[in-house]
Design a protein around this ligand. Structure first.
Ligand code: FAD
Ligand code: SF4
Length: 518
């Protein structure tokens, strides 16, 4: 840590996912009077069993940001791993406040409920004045989301999305949606067909800088038993790199983003996705500039409307929507368990050691890169945990740990709401359930698997198919009148009692087997 300074006016606290030089916290910053405070706290690194790539991403991006601020002549008090004795951010900041004695602490509102509580406690315990400023990174202020939520018991993305398109004027022609429709999903959601994906663009990555190489060595040394590999680490860590990654996506991937956004293929982790979530979540890019770049590509005729609309919906639709829901529902979200699910998370989620080909492909890729695309998260690892009945909190801890873009405000609603239906339908109208036949249709995983997605029982039974029917049988009373799930429940009811019993026996055996392999 740097030496104490006298008469420090403001100490600007910058968290690991607040790496934006234009944030509200820097408004009025005077380098002669103010200083910045940043900290690598071991408790943040081990709060969940973080993938090594997630650790490198956060620490290296923070260090690059520190250098950028110092290059502007700003004082940065930076507590690096191993150079301070504190485990938590709270302990490190409390100690710094005692030595630096700032007139006031300034910060942007933290993105995580737990940290808001921590900073409130520090303010109360130290008596130092704290000013928390709104996070201008997001398109929608939280107060406006709260206004939109008023009177809504079941908020739905489609309503929110139309409202925010009109409010922001993104992809609009006057009062009408550009291209004549709000949603082009019927043109998307294609599989690759038997021939597989063709002409997939090269991954656009970045060679680790000297700072990043130092952090890679540090993480290998400090967190040797954490999951994941650093061999392929090439994520954007600075604003300049993030802008380059955005340009590459707009030029080479966006045009094909829509049609194939739901498709899966062995050894094809990147496909036509943007891989920008980590850079956006660290605040190296703003959601508005990302949407502007996509819309401009459509207006120039460089990308079709179905791809551009599909992409923009993820950002100003889903991303803003889940952030609003997170703050609306916390802290209850952490404990939601509407389906009363209590199975442990199978051990192979941390190792990839399984002969279920789809899960192996998705988990191996996750451990190799810290990345999986949305449908891998939702319809492979998420679906399996849902059908198996894994305790939602354990599923949440896994997702928060293993993805480079994982931060709680976006991960938690996606896991508890969208993927595990733990909130009982608050976020989505029905659980995303499917048998192995969905995975067979959308991927080539099943061709290399020793199980058969058609079969629910017997030695070649696909675990997704067994557990799908078991799930419906288990939750029949909850869903038999559900307008969208009723047909699936009726298919279960049409099975002979001996078929139903055989499936249930198979599911019990499978659950016992997976629980015993922990
Ligand atoms: P693209 O497919 O290129 O999508 C474009 C962008 O849209 C993303 O970069 C992201 O910023 C945004 N986006 C897309 N889908 C969502 C969504 N459902 N919610 C919010 N934003 C979205 N996203 C995270 O950023 N962090 C997480 O920790 C995270 N955990 C998830 C867990 C589960 C179980 C599921 C189903 C989804 C999760 N998502 C999470 C959402 C989504 O899967 C990722 O944003 C996306 O896969 C990141 O890859 P990409 O940047 O290539 O996205
Ligand atoms: Fe996955 Fe079942 Fe297909 Fe195997 S058969 S890849 S377990 S869906």
């Amino acid at each position: 840590m740097s030496a104490p300074i006298t008469a420090l006016r403001h100490l600007v606290v910058v968290l690991g996912d607040q790496l934006d030089e234009h944030s509200a916290a820097f408004e009025g910053f005077d380098p002669a009077l103010d200083a910045v405070w940043m900290c690598e706290a071991p408790a943040e690194a081990s709060h969940v069993w973080s993938h090594k790539a997630r650790l490198v991403l956060f620490i290296a991006a923070m260090r690059h940001f520190r250098e950028r601020l110092r290059a502007r002549g700003w004082r940065v008090h930076y507590a690096a791993t191993g150079e301070h004795p504190h485990r938590t951010l709270a302990a490190a900041l409390t100690a710094s406040l005692a030595t630096l004695k700032p007139g006031k602490v300034l910060m942007v509102e933290p993105g995580e409920w737990r940290l808001v509580q921590d900073f409130a406690s520090i303010a109360a315990e130290t008596g130092v004045s704290f000013e928390t400023r709104p996070d201008r990174h997001f398109v929608l202020p939280l107060t406006d989301f709260a206004e939109w939520m008023k009177g809504r018991k079941q908020p739905r993305l489609e309503h929110f999305y139309r409202w925010i398109r009109q409010r922001t004027n993104v992809l609009m022609e006057g009062k009408e949606p550009a291209g004549g429709a709000w949603n082009f999903d019927h043109d998307n959601r294609e599989s690759f067909g038997k021939e597989g994906p063709q002409n997939v663009p090269q991954r656009f990555g970045f060679k680790p800088s000297a700072i990043t190489r130092e952090v890679i060595a540090l993480v290998e040394q400090q967190y040797p038993d954490h999951p994941g590999s650093l061999a392929r680490f090439d994520w954007a860590l600075t604003r300049d790199e993030a802008l380059e990654a955005l340009d590459d996506f707009i030029a080479h991937r966006l045009p094909q983003f829509g049609p194939h956004q739901d498709a899966l293929w062995t050894n094809q982790p990147w496909l036509w996705h943007s891989h920008l979530a980590a850079a956006i979540n660290l605040k190296l890019l703003t959601p508005s500039e990302v949407c502007e770049a996509a819309e401009a590509a459509w207006r120039r005729g460089d990308a079709p409307i179905e791809s551009v609309e599909g992409f923009i919906r993820q950002i100003i639709g889903w991303r803003e929507f889940v952030r609003g829901l997170y703050w609306h529902r916390m802290p209850q979200y952490l404990d939601d368990n509407a389906l009363d699910a209590h199975q442990p998370l199978p051990a192979f989620y941390w190792t990839g050691k399984t002969d279920y080909a789809c899960l192996k492909a998705t988990i191996d890729q996750t451990l190799d890169t810290g990345y999986a695309h949305h449908i891998q998260r939702l319809m492979v690892t998420g679906l399996f945990a849902l059908l198996l009945g894994v305790e939602p909190r354990r599923v949440h801890e896994w997702y928060l740990a293993v993805y480079v873009d994982a931060v709680e405000w976006v991960e938690l609603p996606n896991v508890m709401g969208m993927s595990q239906f733990a909130d009982g339908g608050f976020m989505g109208s029905k659980p995303y359930i499917a048998s192995g036949k969905y995975i067979q249709r959308m991927s080539n995983y099943c061709t290399g698997c020793r199980y058969d997605p058609e079969l629910a029982t017997g030695p070649k039974a696909c675990p997704f198919t067994t557990l799908y029917w078991d799930f419906i049988g288990r939750h029949e009373p909850m869903f038999d009148q559900h307008p969208r799930l009723k047909p699936q429940v009726m298919n279960w009811q049409r099975k002979k009692p001996e078929q139903q019993q055989a499936i249930q026996r198979e599911a019990i055996t499978l659950k016992a087997l997976l629980a015993s392999s922990l």
